[in-house]
Design a protein around this ligand. Structure first.
Ligand SMILES: Cc1cc2nc3c(=O)[nH]c(=O)nc-3n(C[C@H](O)[C@H](O)[C@H](O)COP(=O)(O)O)c2cc1C
Length: 206
């Protein structure tokens, strides 16, 4: 009898633990938090003069590496740049990324051609990783913006030169990251005109 009660208590504890560990993926509050992070992310191009600690940098990198990739090849390489001289050089070489000069950190998302399996899908894979980093940054109270490298040969060349990239490492984008210096408002991009259901049809949504 005592043994049965012991087993029952253990079973209840196990189920509770499973609910807690798996529930993080499905509980309403967690879902709302994720959806809110996605909906309120905004490109941030102005940053406070405040360093980002290494634990936070690792969380950003982990978010990038958590992205899906074709055949799970993970054909990427990430370079976390905190050196002010390098950040300035990257900014000087790309007028579309001048905000790098004022950022305490940039994560350069690169494709690793040695891991790409001869596919061009490293591009989609790196894009997924970049978006994960943007969302993780926003979730942690940081601001970030995607600045393009690929497919602009001139921008890729600047990054390759400044960071001494070997030939197999192709810079995909550079993400300046910092604590926001301001209050950028997210854009509401929901547009039912961009949706149809089941077929392209006559544009009728729903
Ligand atoms: C592929 C891609 C390339 C981009 N390149 C740049 C860039 O070089 N410089 C820049 O300031 N913003 C760049 N952006 C950021 C966009 O301008 C920004 O995402 C867009 O205006 C929508 O604003 P939001 O991110 O605040 O929603 C890029 C975004 C994407 C997805």
């Amino acid at each position: 009898m005592l043994k049965n009660r012991f087993l029952l208590v253990n079973a209840i504890a196990l189920i509770t633990m499973m609910n807690i560990s798996c529930g993080g993926r499905h509980d309403a509050a967690g879902s709302e938090a994720v959806l809110n992070t996605i909906a309120t992310r905004v490109s941030v191009r102005s940053y406070q003069d405040k360093a980002i600690d290494s634990a936070t940098i690792e969380k950003l990198l982990r978010a990038g590496m958590a992205a899906p990739s074709a055949r799970n090849l993970q054909p990427w390489h990430f370079i976390a740049v905190t050196d002010k001289t390098l950040l300035q050089a990257l900014a000087d070489g790309n007028s579309h990324a001048s905000m790098l000069a004022g950022a305490p950190l940039a994560i350069v998302v690169c494709g690793n051609m040695d891991k790409a399996g001869g596919l061009d899908m490293w591009i989609q894979d790196c894009a997924a990783a970049a978006e994960n980093i943007l969302l993780a940054a926003h979730a942690m109270g940081l601001g970030a913006v995607w600045t393009a490298n690929h497919p602009y040969a001139d921008r890729m060349e600047v990054t390759s030169e400044v960071l001494h990239l070997p030939q197999n490492i192709v810079p995909f984008c550079v993400i300046p990251i910092g604590y926001p210096d301001g209050n950028e408002a997210p854009k509401d991009k929901w547009n039912p005109e961009n949706v149809t259901y089941n077929a392209f049809a006559d544009g009728t949504a729903g």
